[in-house]
Design a binder for this molecule. Structure first.
Ligand code: GDP
Length: 299
């Protein structure tokens, strides 16, 4: 399927490397373990995760769960499943209408596309959806969101370019309440490297939403571009200092060899990956599932 196909390049950089090492050795020795460690680091899983995996592998060897090189593949798959496990948490259970999802992330990571796909996902689930264009900095951002709104059949609350993002958010929450919309998805600005303080803006948007719905936002999703590997982890660290991120969306997993970053994310940040993007199409956003991800890495 699409997940397996999307992870093809990651599989080449990750699993096939591991396989080559396994095939090349008749028994497990220090040289074998060194090569394996290097392969894990090269696959963007990060130093922390690699250290952790190597420790578990050594334990596995000691306990005889791993007896020869071929035992490693299923062992690593299981470990990855476990590292990523417990991440299939859905939104907080609440009777609030609407459920508010705040979507944050720097420009170009696939934020607007993700919002469009998310809207589509919830609509498929029979929910009514509304978008709010609170990235008022660029007119193009508002236009893009409207294009997705039209494509998916979702109303977009917008003000003009340069308007106060918090005012857009407030307006959207009020409209969504009045129209009894199930899910309100709010787009936010994504320019991290300007004098202007994005983090303060996000806090203000949050405050204004909470004035209307105290438990909102029910979900704050940070969108990250998987193709940027370690840089995505750095972005997440910056954002998580300022906003309470409840989940990550990793986009563009298709066509990148850096899919191992999904595993690194969990270890470095301890924020669950909730969605993954595996293409540009409307259906190419998947709720993240640890077992299917690990399985797709190891087919
Ligand atoms: P924004 O600036 O963060 O809002 O980014 P956009 O949503 O405009 O997306 C930037 C580009 O990334 C567009 O060309 C999208 O089609 C593309 N994109 C977004 N998500 C994915 C994905 O999961 N896979 C692929 N291949 N492309 C994606």
């Amino acid at each position: 399927d699409k997940l397996k196909k999307g992870l093809e390049k990651t599989r080449q950089s990750f699993t096939e490397k591991i396989e080559q090492i396994i095939v090349g050795y008749a028994k497990i020795d220090d040289e074998f373990l060194d090569e394996l460690e290097e392969a894990l680091i090269m696959a963007d899983v990060g130093v922390k995760t690699t250290d952790y995996l190597m420790k578990e592998i050594r334990k596995g060897i000691k306990s005889k769960e791993i007896k020869n090189p071929e035992d490693l593949k299923p062992f690593i798959q299981k470990q990855i499943s476990e590292i990523l496990g417990g991440t299939t948490v859905k939104e907080k259970i609440t009777d609030d209408t609407p459920i508010v999802i705040l979507v944050i992330g720097v420009n170009g990571v696939g934020k607007t596309t993700t919002i469009g796909k998310l809207g589509n996902y919830y609509k498929q689930e029979g929910k009514s959806v509304m978008f709010a264009a609170a990235d008022t900095f660029r007119a193009a951002a508002i236009d893009q969101l409207e294009i997705w709104g039209n494509r998916v059949g979702v109303d977009v609350i917008k003000h003009t370019e340069g308007a106060d993002p918090a005012a857009v958010a407030f307006d959207a929450v009020q409209s969504a309440k009045a129209r009894k919309v199930d899910v309100l998805i709010i787009d936010t600005a994504g320019r991290l490297h300007t004098k202007y303080n994005l983090m303060e803006e996000l806090k203000k948007v949050t405050r204004v939403i909470q004035r209307e719905i105290p438990k909102a936002p029910h979900e704050t999703l940070l969108v990250l571009d998987a193709t940027t590997g370690q840089n995505a982890i750095n972005q997440a660290q910056i954002f998580s200092k300022a906003a309470g991120i409840s989940g990550l969306v990793l986009t563009k997993l298709d066509g990148t060899a850096k899919g191992g970053v999904v595993i690194g994310m969990k270890a470095e940040l301890d924020i669950p990956v909730k969605w993954i993007g595996v293409g540009e199409g409307i259906d190419d956003l998947r709720p993240f599932d640890a077992d299917s991800f690990a399985e797709a890495l190891f087919i």
